[in-house]
Design a protein. Structure first.
Length: 576
């Protein structure tokens, strides 16, 4: 491949590097040590979510250097820049979580603005934590320049008293400690060993779910999303991505050629098959929105309904991402789904080949039990289920991976809380009863604002041994690490007067994850009467980024997006 055949005069970077009028612009590039040849080559943005907030992102700067080597080797000129990350594990359980989902939009917006402002021709994006993955992929689809996504890799499991542990065990340990089932000394030891390396949370939580999506959707190179962060082979994937993005540029293969409706269906399929995070039902519609594709929570849920659950991954199963990678990686999971008719094999990927072509030489590994064959699944339907009913006209979602069938139906009286903190305090002090449905509301995208995750509360319930004895519903979200009967994304949210805002303590709530129903035993006339008496709550945010997010954000059903997307686009950046 000879990248030098690329016609620079058809690329965005011509606006900063070509012609006499751009002499001042070129002087800045010379100031940074670039040669004449490098200035007149395609300029490739290498966007990284590196920061020192958490282990998820700490390895990204090193990996970005390998990407740059690959770009340079293929006659491109890499230009590295960073964007923000809010790490959910650090933001969990307090007001900081209000910044998490909003950060997805800031990541996408900041990558867009950097690319636009400097007229870069292609993009390789590196991300490591929950919202940074979809944020980076959203930016790629929005800009529609040739792009490749790189996951920073997962963390290695820790070891506590001879058994493997993840940060999920630590959140649940807080619940055990609160009821006297774990000593101060054991809690202290566990927190010292649970997270032993760089990398994102190791189980099939949100980061690894969206990493799996990146391969299934075709934006990442095969196998690249599975290798743990500490593995040196990650540099090879990164360098290959740098080289390959130049080939995509030469062939003019763009993200919207790759991210089609069928590719989004493939992505939803691997989420269900792997028992992935419910957050995928928020992020897939948001990515679709950037491509101008109508694909909402109900579309995702329909695919979940017909997909077998086959990967025995935590939090519902036994294994972590490292284990999956070492028995064949995401391609092994995808291969059995393809062979049994659950994937569209004709979808294009960043290799320039289709899914079926990428998987043609993948051989099933009989000597492993991390992934089951798709015709002999753990359960016949996916590990994530969509719900709808008079309590959720705009839908809701629940993760059922690892749950026994007898626990998939629940009915009980509501116990209402208007903030996560109020519910967590009731759980911490055991001021709730077995059989209740705990309701956390006013935590949706607009009402939170920010649609917080509730891992601290759900993990505490599980640690207290009550994970299957109560249910929990919210217009907020759950972490990919959440276990138990926990229903999120209930819409319309309370802040806009959705039915969840009208609930009172004692109302009987019925949840059926087999039939996909979420109802409250109230008549339509009673709900209308209560709606007349309902008044919106004032937000505690009157300015700043969270306030601005609340003014713009749409419903969870459509991905909690903040702009019109490709449908409102007058001209795509790639074509300037």
């Amino acid at each position: 491949m000879d990248a030098r055949v690329i016609d620079k005069m058809k690329l965005p970077s011509r606006h900063v590097t070509e012609g006499p009028a751009r002499a001042p612009h070129r002087s800045y590039l010379y100031a940074m040590g670039l040669t004449r040849e490098q200035i007149h080559q395609p300029l490739v943005g290498v966007a990284s979510c590196w920061n020192e907030a958490a282990p998820c992102n700490i390895a990204l700067m090193r990996q970005a250097q390998a990407v740059k080597k690959g770009v340079s080797a293929a006659d491109g000129t890499p230009r590295e820049f960073c964007t923000i990350t809010v790490t959910d594990g650090m933001a969990m359980g307090h007001q900081g979580m209000k910044a998490s989902l909003a950060s997805r939009e800031v990541i996408a917006d900041s990558v867009e603005l950097t690319m636009r402002g400097h007229c870069y021709d292609a993009l390789v994006g590196l991300a490591g934590c929950d919202k940074s993955l979809p944020g980076m992929m959203m930016a790629m689809c929005r800009l529609n320049v040739p792009s490749i996504f790189i996951y920073g890799g997962s963390i290695l499991p820790g070891t506590f008293k001879g058994r493997p542990v993840t940060v999920q065990d630590l959140f649940e340990a807080v619940g055990k400690h609160s009821v006297g089932d774990m000593s101060d000394a054991d809690l202290d030891e566990l927190e010292n060993v649970a997270c032993p390396s760089a990398g994102a949370c190791g189980a099939q939580f949100t980061a690894n779910t969206m990493a799996t999506v990146s391969e299934a959707m075709g934006l990442a190179l095969p196998y690249s999303a599975g290798a743990p962060a500490p593995y040196e082979m990650r540099d090879r994937f990164c360098m290959a991505a740098g080289e390959m993005v130049m080939e995509l540029l030469q062939r003019n293969i763009r993200p919207r050629d790759i991210v089609t409706r069928r590719a989004l269906e493939n992505a939803a399929t691997v989420v269900a098959a792997s028992g992935g995070s419910t957050n995928a039902a928020l992020h897939l519609p948001a990515i679709a929105h950037e491509c101008g594709i109508a694909f909402d929570l109900f579309d995702v849920a329909e695919i979940f309904k017909r997909t077998p659950y086959i990967a025995d991954l935590k939090p519902g199963g036994r294994y972590v991402a490292k284990d999956l990678f070492e028995v064949g990686g995401i391609p092994l999971l995808m291969k059995t789904l393809l062979d049994h008719g659950f994937l569209h094999g004709d979808c294009l990927t960043v290799t320039g080949r289709t899914i079926a072509e990428n998987l043609a030489k993948v051989v099933w590994n009989e000597k492993q039990d991390v992934v089951r064959p798709a015709d002999a699944p753990i359960t016949r339907t996916g590990g994530v289920v969509g719900l709808k009913g008079n309590l959720a006209p705009d839908g809701a979602i629940v993760k059922v991976a690892g749950m026994a069938k007898e626990h998939l139906v629940f009915s009980g009286p509501a116990r209402c809380f208007d903030t996560e903190e109020a519910c967590f305090e009731a759980v911490r002090t055991r001021r709730y009863k077995e059989g209740e449905v705990l309701v956390i509301r006013y935590e949706g995208p607009r009402g939170g604002p920010g649609m917080r995750e509730m891992l601290a509360t759900t993990a505490a319930l599980y640690g207290q041994g009550m994970g299957d004895k109560v249910a929990l519903i919210t217009d907020g979200r759950f972490s990919g690490a959440t276990r138990g009967f926990c229903v999120g994304h209930v819409g319309p949210e309370a802040a806009v007067g959705g039915p969840i805002a009208l609930l009172k303590d004692g109302d009987i709530i019925e949840i059926d994850a087999i039939e996909g129903v979420l109802d409250v035993k109230l008549s339509e006339s009673e709900l209308k009467r209560r709606k007349k008496d309902w008044k919106p709550r004032e937000s505690e945010f009157g300015s700043g980024a969270i306030w601005k997010y609340a003014q713009q954000v749409g419903p969870a059903r459509h991905g909690a997006v903040t702009h019109p997307g490709a449908q409102g686009e007058a001209r795509c950046y790639a074509d300037i």
